[in-house]
Design a protein around this ligand. Structure first.
Ligand SMILES: Nc1nc2c(c(=O)[nH]1)N[C@H]1C(S)=C(S)[C@@H](COP(=O)(O)OP(=O)(O)OC[C@H]3O[C@@H](n4cnc5c(N)ncnc54)[C@H](O)[C@@H]3O)O[C@H]1N2
Ligand code: MOO
Length: 404
């Protein structure tokens, strides 16, 4: 059976994904989440003409010719305005953020005022009409659209929502991703593995990818290579309210690779299985009613690379966001052999070349076995090699996918 090209697999995976429904969230809990509806201002900001400096509210014409002496008739503070009106020849002491009194049109900087006894100041500088005053509505006005649906709520967006007097925002529900590790050889970290066992690691890398993409994790633990146990775990995933089930391992063709069989028996509609990618060939995607199922290969690096390429965009799309892989151009720091039929993702360290400006140099690790987590943790990028790419020499251009 011909293997599905990576881009086609990604297209199929994302073709029918719509953002999950909206829910209300406090601002504090909305960090990093996606805005579900356009957000409009509930007020005007600033709501009054406000001083941008500490100084004196004046009439520009009163200090147009120097010397100019003005009588200080009161004070306007941020939070407590001067209630009166400023008349010709008068000044009001004013502080940053305070409302500008009626009758004043300019703020004279404190540094440009000489304080005399008996409540007078003298302007040491003339000041242009309107200087150091923020007009009402300078930032935004009531009912103005401030943020578009789909915006990922970062700090500035949340501060803007707060300034517009929204205590809560309407955000896309966080996708819940259930993660099920499979394999009788696996024990959870901290346990004593039997002589033929290893410690399960993939779950944690996949959890991180889910969280980075805006999802929530439900850890379904580890089940052995046993159909009855798998059936039970799949049932738990279905009843959990998860939007996505990620299975780890058991995706290949061995006698004990039972994940596809168990999912098929449960009614999964298979979309694709096996793609032209290294590592990650046995990737599987299907649906069990509303539950999307991504079957990741067991080899740790295959799991993570598939998670990076497929799970992150899926979770982001369910959040209503667009995950953009960080592809960059680089040159090779070591020669590479010709590639075979599968698109290759090669662990590498990408660094800026000394003496070559911003040029990135990507140096692949010599050994690329898909079980090797240490090189994955050391890598900051994957060199992407097209199927049948010819051998390449040091300095040849290459494409890299940045991981961090
Ligand atoms: N005859 C063939 N054999 C294999 C093929 C093939 O096409 N024909 N494909 C190979 C490729 S490529 C991959 S990738 C692996 C994937 O196999 P599975 O998804 O079935 O993975 P497992 O057999 O369950 O495990 C593979 C390997 O990874 C370890 N593992 C599994 N889960 C975890 C975990 N949660 N944490 C850490 N390590 C895990 C497991 O112990 C195995 O060592 O199949 C090839 N075989
Ligand atoms: O594709 Mo497997 O993921 O080569 O190790």
């Amino acid at each position: 059976m011909a293997l599905l090209p990576v881009n086609e697999a990604l297209e199929r995976l994302l073709s029918d994904v719509k953002p999950l429904p909206a829910e209300t969230s406090s601002l504090a809990d909305a960090i990093g989440r996606t805005l579900a509806h356009d957000l409009y201002a509930l007020r005007t900001q600033p709501p009054f003409a406000a001083s941008a400096m500490d100084g004196y509210a004046v009439r520009a014409e009163d200090i147009a010719s120097l010397p100019a002496k003005l009588q200080v008739t009161g004070e306007s503070l941020a939070g407590r305005r001067f209630e009166g009106t400023l008349n010709a020849g008068q000044a009001v002491r004013i502080f940053t953020g305070a409302p500008v009194p009626e009758g004043a049109d300019t703020v004279l900087l404190q540094e440009d005022a000489i304080v005399h006894p008996n409540g007078f100041i003298e302007a040491a500088e003339s000041t242009a009409f309107g200087r150091h005053i923020r007009k009402a509505g300078l930032d935004f006005v009531s009912d103005e659209k401030l943020l578009e649906a789909g915006r990922v709520l970062d700090g500035p967006a949340l501060a803007l929502a707060a300034a517009a007097n929204h205590p809560t925002v309407s955000v896309v529900k966080k996708p819940l991703v259930a993660i099920l590790a499979t394999g009788s050889e696996l024990v959870a970290p901290g346990n004593e593995p039997g002589p033929d066992q290893i410690v399960a690691s993939n779950t944690f890398a996949i959890m991180a990818l889910v969280v980075e993409a805006g999802g929530e994790v439900l850890d379904l633990g580890i089940v052995g290579d046993d159909l009855a146990a798998l059936d039970l775990a799949i049932e738990r995933a279905r009843n959990s309210g998860a939007d996505v089930l990620v299975t780890l391992g058991g995706a290949s063709v061995g006698d004990h690779d039972l994940v596809k069989e168990a999912l098929t028996a449960a009614g999964m509609e298979l979309n694709f299985w096996k793609i032209a990618m290294r590592p990650g060939k046995p990737l599987m995607y299907g649906r069990l009613a509303q539950l999307r199922i991504l079957g990741l290969p067991g080899n740790p690096v295959s799991s993570v690379v598939c998670g990076q390429l497929f799970l992150k965009p899926l979770v982001a799309a369910l959040c209503g966001a667009d995950h953009r892989h960080d592809f960059r151009s680089a040159v090779l720091g070591a020669a590479m052999e010709a590639n075979s039929t599968r698109q290759d993702y090669v662990r590498a360290v990408v660094a800026t070349a000394e003496h070559h400006g911003d040029q990135l140099v990507a140096t692949p690790f010599a050994t690329q076995d898909s079980s090797m987590l240490k090189t994955l943790a050391e890598a900051n990028a994957l060199i992407v090699r097209e199927p049948y790419a010819p051998a390449a020499a040091v300095g040849d251009p290459c494409k890299v996918l940045m991981l961090r």
